[in-house]
Design a protein around this ligand. Structure first.
Ligand SMILES: [Zn+2]
Length: 82
């Protein structure tokens, strides 16, 4: 009974650095809140990259796959050191 609605993140336009916006409230998704799924976190979601909105009254889970495909350096967005 814990059905979670997933929104599609939106790629911000006219931004100097790759930026994703929450598909629900259009707040900027913090890089720290964007994760690659290893499989299992969200079993019913077919999404490789998810972003959690940090807006107080939103908290939406965003699928970032589609939006990230708009960026050439999507790894940069993730800020992964590996
Ligand atoms: Zn949001």
């Amino acid at each position: 009974m814990n059905e979670q609605q997933i929104f599609n993140a939106v790629a911000a336009e006219n931004s100097a650095v790759p930026t994703l916006l929450c598909g629900h409230c259009h707040s900027t998704l913090s890089r720290a809140k964007i994760f690659r799924t290893e499989g299992g976190e969200l079993p019913n979601v077919n999404c490789q990259t998810i972003g959690y909105c940090s807006a107080d009254d939103c908290g939406a889970v965003n699928c970032c796959d589609e939006a990230m495909s708009a960026f050439e350096n999507s790894e940069q967005l993730l800020g992964l050191a590996s």
